[in-house]
Design a protein around this ligand. Structure first.
Ligand code: HEM
Length: 404
């Protein structure tokens, strides 16, 4: 990757010119061909520069290997979650819980979340998830083709989520629109308005269920007592919206990467279809290889970090997508091997903010693959030339059409 930054770019005083790269995290070089390979161009900097600085998106630091991403995500005293979106100005509008709070205050919200999303609670939803998956697949299995994105991936996680939260299914289109606008705005509504609309949407449900003994996820979350107190109304709204945003978009888009990979790889399809591999192992390997979330942190003080001077207030990205291709993190990282003996992954993050929805995400993916392969064991991409990708806080396969 070459330093193609114009000579007119004024660098902050702590940024050496040798570390400057023109890298747009919302459009990494080569993204049209392959999202993960585009991110992997940063790995080429590996030995020479553990960190680089890009003037794009307000200017920020970028790690060039996974070990540094892990350091950033675990060291909350030097790298704060108070700003987790690049450019930093967008973080000011965010303010959701528990994503933007550092430990120790963060512990209270996480305990509440962890209790309501523990493996036993999540596993209890298996039958509901399976029936939603089956009904979707059976809607198109006989047709020999589907728009995987629109007919399956876009609908499945949000339907599961609304069912778990006991929210009306009719609200899928509007809630999905607002969620999309927070993660990949198309300019049709401001970030602040999309967030406010989601808050206004969820508030009456929170009001109705607070203080009652409901068994749905929303009731459990907002009524769980942690450290002798419950969430306030405002906290309950901010927490449930964050779960909504984080829980829907990630699974939607991961499904795109999973099914694109399988549609292109006959040998991996056959391993699953013949039962040569446990589907849970296939899910772990696919999760390892196709991480898709890029959050960020704000540097809390002037520090030296891997030979570079960072200034208080600087933004630093934590791009998990490069981990899937990083040979210093996993042996032969780019190869998908379902029976890999040792597997390192940052797909669900690391440290205090590690994804509390990981049990649910794994369950949704496992059930989706199990039921899909029972009905559609062999499938292909309908038109390779139509495949494209987008990069945002969450990476995207733009639209995937499959035939069988
Ligand atoms: C494949 C699917 C998923 C992926 C790849 C994923 C990834 C991540 C990552 C990387 C983080 C850490 C963010 C940070 O450090 O700032 C995170 C946090 C979070 N995730 Fe997930 N996630 C997934 C599914 C889910 C689901 C299904 C839910 C809930 C239903 C969920 C809820 C959350 C929440 C609430 C947080 C914030 C946790 C905190 O700040 O303490 N995620 N996720």
């Amino acid at each position: 990757m070459s330093a193609t930054v114009s000579s007119e770019t004024v660098l902050p005083s702590n940024v050496p010119a040798a570390l400057v790269r023109d890298f747009n995290i919302y459009g990494p070089p080569g993204i049209d061909d392959d999202f993960h390979r585009a991110w992997a161009t940063l790995l080429e900097e590996n030995d020479a520069h553990p960190l680089v600085w890009t003037p794009e998106n307000g200017g920020h630091w970028l790690p060039t290997r996974t070990a540094i991403i892990e350091e950033i995500l675990t060291d909350y005293s030097r790298f704060s979650s108070r700003s987790i979106i690049i450019p930093k100005a967008h973080s000011a509008d965010h303010g959701l819980l528990p994503t933007t709070i550092d430990p120790p205050e963060h512990h209270f919200y996480r305990k509440t979340l962890n209790q309501s999303m523990a493996p036993a609670s999540v596993n209890a939803m298996s039958d509901d998830i399976r029936s939603i998956v089956v009904s979707l697949i059976e809607g198109f299995a006989d047709k020999g083709r589907c728009n995987f994105t629109k007919d399956f991936a876009d609908i499945l996680p949000i339907r599961i989520f609304l069912s778990m939260m006991a929210l009306p299914e009719d609200d899928i289109p509007i809630t999905k629109y607002w969620t999309d606008q927070l993660i990949r705005p198309d300019g049709s509504i401001s970030f602040a308005d999309a967030l406010q609309n989601l808050k206004d949407y969820i508030a009456p449900f929170v009001d109705d269920r607070m203080g009652k003994q409901g068994t749905d996820l929303l009731s459990r979350m907002i009524n769980t007592e942690t450290n002798g107190r419950r969430l306030t109304r405002d906290e309950a709204i901010k927490l449930s919206i964050q779960v909504f945003i984080a829980g829907v978009d990630t699974v939607v888009n991961l499904l795109g990467f999973v099914f694109l990979f399988l549609a292109r790889s006959e040998s991996h399809r056959q391993q699953i279809a013949r039962g040569d591999v446990a589907v849970a192992d296939a899910v772990e390997e696919i999760l390892r290889r196709f991480p898709l979330v890029t959050v960020a942190r704000e540097v809390t003080a002037d520090i030296e970090f891997h030979g570079v001077s960072l200034k208080a207030g600087d933004m630093i990205a934590a791009p998990t997508p490069l981990a899937g291709m990083d040979n210093s993190f996993n042996h032969d990282a780019a190869t998908v091997s379902f029976d890999r003996q040792q597997r390192n992954s940052v797909t669900f993050g690391k440290g205090a903010h590690t994804c509390p929805g990981k049990n649910l995400a794994r369950l949704e993916l496992r059930i989706a693959l199990e039921e899909w392969f029972k009905r559609i064991p062999d499938f292909h991409v309908e038109d390779e030339s139509a495949i494209g990708f987008s990069s945002g806080i969450v990476g995207v396969v733009n639209e995937l059409k499959l035939t069988w």
